[in-house]
Design a protein around this ligand. Structure first.
Ligand code: C2O
Ligand code: CU
Ligand code: CU
Length: 551
């Protein structure tokens, strides 16, 4: 304890000169069609020091995309990196085909357009790359951005929502710099960047303001609070509003998690306060604590400033009160669940690596680990028997946390979520409805410690439409057979096939050939690599998709 506190004066000293740079606010774009260009850049986080970065249409990070519920989102990703990428719309309910998981590869020089109806409620979501084994690296270099969903229900509430005026995106990342100025690829950093700004301050009007907090760090978990003892008024979590503001002295934010908080700064013009991460409070099981066995960092186990807030004059039409009620977003109840699954995390490891497994398994692009029914409700128990806490994330759904070790979670966690921190020896019980089909493009579930994720602490599931299942099975059994096969498969379809595409589990098109229209035929697959193949049979305006295993 003593040694930990010995560091505090140093940090406090640093904090008097802490706030030197105005917080960068990424531009907010509200468009019918977005274009994100992933590319290499050079950025100066510190004056005169060049850092090689990646960005999404920016030197570092990317613009905030504003989406409207019930509209159609169209987002092009143009990959100008020298390596493949993919782009995932974290938290958004989109079909597997548009989810941007590791199968949805965008090769260097290629583009991909994600198009999906915006179904999520108003909230704070984000995008980041998700390429197989390269997610941490590309995110560490800087590719990530906010998605803000707006809807009519939220617009009825008297909440601050003027972007950059009383409503601010705040992505917190720690980074480690080499002496050269370049980023080190390491689980922890000694520098805190907020929206890419080191030692940031934000001028806020003296009224109620909204911060949209996102932990965009590789592995560090933050225990956020204000230095003046004022509690945070949490109004939303990962994927939508809470029924009412929940006041919290501390807000833990694990990797990928979001929270929207209100700060009541009315009457505080001229004051200043600090958003602090009380890292000294984190237990030894949590990355960012002072656990000496793990990778080290100056910021581990100590309290450090994240953002200084300087209170300036109020705006002409300020929000001056924290509303007493928000919106209850309907979530499925446990009694609707048709199935309970248990996902047990095991393994021992470091924050930056390890052999962590889910139900004894590690990620295999060619293996589907779970099959769920479209629109069904399930309960998942995540049990952590490993040596540390893991932020667990599920694609394609929002879930509700029913209990932690049998006890209902604190009020600020009772909203739709898609990441949940599961501590060592903890069991977290989730309920969710699976509302999106996968149709050949599985959804991931994984640890959002990006290094664990890239170290295969990830599995995948598919969602099948039960109303289609009979026809579909018939279809699949009929469409392409036999599976597995090592040489030739045959197809038989209701529609004439004029074009055949074969796609591997990473989304690469292996073969694309035109055929003379026919309802039957043979496909030679002997030269194709082994694994799960997606066969697309196009013709007469229809597409039949079928998976076969090449042996
Ligand atoms: Cu934030 Cu699998 O992703
Ligand atoms: Cu996700
Ligand atoms: Cu993990």
């Amino acid at each position: 304890m003593a040694s930990r506190y010995a560091l505090l004066p140093l940090l406090l000293l640093a904090s008097t000169s802490f706030a030197q740079n105005p917080l960068a606010i990424p531009p907010a774009l509200d468009l019918d069609t977005f274009h994100l260009v992933t590319d290499e850049h050079v950025h100066q986080f510190y004056p005169g020091i060049n850092t090689n970065t990646y960005g999404a249409s920016a030197e570092y990070l990317g613009p905030t995309l504003v989406l409207h519920r019930n509209d159609t989102a169209r987002i092009w990703v143009h990959n100008q990196l020298a390596q493949m990428t993919s782009m995932h719309w974290h938290g958004m309910h989109v079909p597997g085909e548009m989810d941007g998981g590791p199968q949805r590869v965008i090769d260097p020089g290629d583009s991909f357009m994600a198009e999906f109806p915006v179904k999520n409620p108003a909230g704070t979501y984000w995008y980041h790359p998700h390429p197989h084994e390269l997610t941490a690296e590309q995110a560490n270099f800087g590719i990530a951005g906010f998605i803000i969903v707006r809807d009519e229900d939220e617009e009825q509430l008297a909440l601050p929502r003027t972007y950059g005026v009383d409503d601010f995106p705040v992505v917190i990342q720690d980074r480690k710099f080499h002496a050269s100025g370049d980023f080190a690829f390491y689980p922890f950093g000694d520098s805190v960047l907020v929206n890419g700004t080191p030692r940031p301050y934000l001028e806020c009007p003296a009224q109620v303001v909204r911060l949209r907090l996102l932990n965009g760090s590789n592995a560090r978990i933050y225990a956020l609070g204000l230095d003046n003892g004022q509690p945070l008024q949490v109004i939303a979590g990962d994927a939508g509003l809470l029924p009412a503001p929940a006041s919290a002295d501390r807000l833990w934010l694990s990797n990928g998690e979001r929270a929207e908080v209100l700060l009541d700064l009315a009457g505080m013009e001229g004051d200043s306060l600090l958003l602090i991460s009380y890292g000294a409070e984190l237990p030894n099981t949590v990355p960012g604590s002072g656990n000496l066995v793990w990778e080290s960092s100056l910021l581990n186990g100590v309290n450090f400033p994240v953002l200084r807030i300087r209170v300036a004059a109020p705006t002409p039409e300020p929000i001056t009160e924290v509303p007493s009620a928000l919106i209850s977003i309907p979530m499925p109840s446990e009694s609707e669940s048709i199935r309970t699954r248990t996902k047990t995390i095991t393994g021992m490891g470091m924050v930056g690596m390890g052999m962590f497994m889910i139900n004894g398994l590690m990620f295999d692009l060619d293996v589907v680990n779970d099959t769920v029914r479209l629109n069904s409700v399930e309960v998942w128990n995540i049990v952590n028997n490993s040596n540390m806490a893991h932020p667990m994330h599920i694609h394609g759904v929002s879930f509700e946390v029913l209990a932690r070790n049998g006890v209902p979670p604190p009020a600020h966690e009772r909203c739709p979520k898609d990441v949940v921190l599961v501590d060592r020896f903890e069991t977290v019980k989730l309920v969710m409805r699976f509302g999106e089909v996968t149709d050949g493009w599985p959804f991931m579930y994984h640890c959002h410690n990006l290094l664990h994720e890239d170290n295969m602490m990830m599995l995948q599931y598919i969602v099948q439409d039960p109303t289609m299942s009979l026809a579909d099975h018939h279809h699949h059994a009929m469409a392409v057979f036999p599976s597995p096969s090592s040489t030739t498969v045959r197809y038989r379809t209701e529609h004439a096939v004029q074009r055949i595409r074969i796609i591997d589990a990473r989304g690469r098109v292996l073969q694309d050939e035109a055929r003379t229209a026919s309802n039957e035929g043979a496909i030679d697959i002997h030269a194709l690599p082994q694994g799960l193949l997606l066969i697309e049979l196009h013709g007469e305006g229809r597409t039949t998709r079928s998976r076969v295993v090449k042996e």
